[in-house]
Design a protein around this ligand. Sequence first.
Ligand code: PMP
Length: 408
Amino acid sequence: IPMGSLQDYRKDFDILNSGDYVYFDNAATSQRPRQVLDAVTNFYKTANANPLRGLYDWSVAATDAYENARCTVADFIGAKRAEEIIFTRNTTESLNLVAYSYGLENVHEEDEIVVSVMEHHSNLLPWQMVARKNGAKLVFLEPDEEGIISKEEYESKITDKTKIVAIGHVSNVMGITNPVKEIAEYAHSKGAIVVVDGAQSTPHMPVNVQEIGADFFALSGHKMLAPMGIGALYGRYELLEKMQPFLTGGEMIEYVTRTDATYAEIPHKFEAGTVNAGDAVGLAAAIEYIKNVGFDTIEEQELKLTKKLMEGLAKMPYIKVYGSKDYRKHCGIVTFTMEGVHPHDMSSVLNDDHVCIRAGHHCAQPLMQFIGAGSTARASVYFYNTEEEVDIFLDKLSKVREVMGYGA
Ligand code: PMP
């Protein structure tokens, strides 16, 4: 890309240009460019009516906008057909849909569900629920210190008893990309289906659900430039067709009597109630924006920033970085602790200097237990962040211990 164009993209993010804040909590949620906000506003200004219901122009326009957004998402993650995309609120809702509609029906006593120790709670608690209700067993894939799940590990844990393998594509703590394609291949050879939590991968890398062999794939719009409150679930057509709805009510039926109902075809069977068309349009605009920037550029910039960040942290002897030593394996996510300073204090002190990072357990408490830290700090970058911001972050971080009363 021509020099300076990343700076041009940054100009689209009003909040980033509204003061002197350094925003390094992109793994929690990204910022949104003006084009996405405009697309949402424009929907309400020009095409607002209840989608999928009315037989008049505005409702048809709303339906078209919504269904076009579905096609954009399908194309973005390589789904074979648009009906395989169900709009949800977020990754959490997508994974719950699979757990309730597929898991409860297809996992029985003595069966096993395989997850990893690295899972975000939203890809763990739904499976705990299925296991508890149906008398199945949860089996955990253990990574090594760098966050890597070995072939031996998944081949020993995935067996003929396994019905579901639910695995994060990219860990929101370690930043590591799991070998989901290899895991899916092996799981399929054992007759299990594979659920991939794509919350942290879709913002950063090209994803093709068919290529990785995901039977289900969940994503959140808000982590990839889209509004909060819109997400998606990809499900393989044959599986979705056989599943019972997760929620019932309006918009998802074919015919209703006093005591019974038949359901609409997929995907509408899974989208009960008035849909979030405005934000679906926002998600489509976000995807167009990301495609315009290009994953090559996104990756290149994130690598540059992560390298600088990790090199800077390595110079601070009181800092411990978790996960891989290789900056290329972090997907822009760097989790660390500071000797003698609680991550919450670190984040608060940094906030006084207008530096935003995350502190806590990152909704991954089993992983925290695994790495032996109750709480950690996490800096996570996106393509619109700059090297100057990394310098500011490192400079402010290097002063935190002093502020906390340690000698310089
Ligand atoms: N999985 C992973 C790996 C995540 O990072 C997150 C968000 N932190 C989620 C799931 C849940 O996403 P949401 O809160 O949008 O449902």
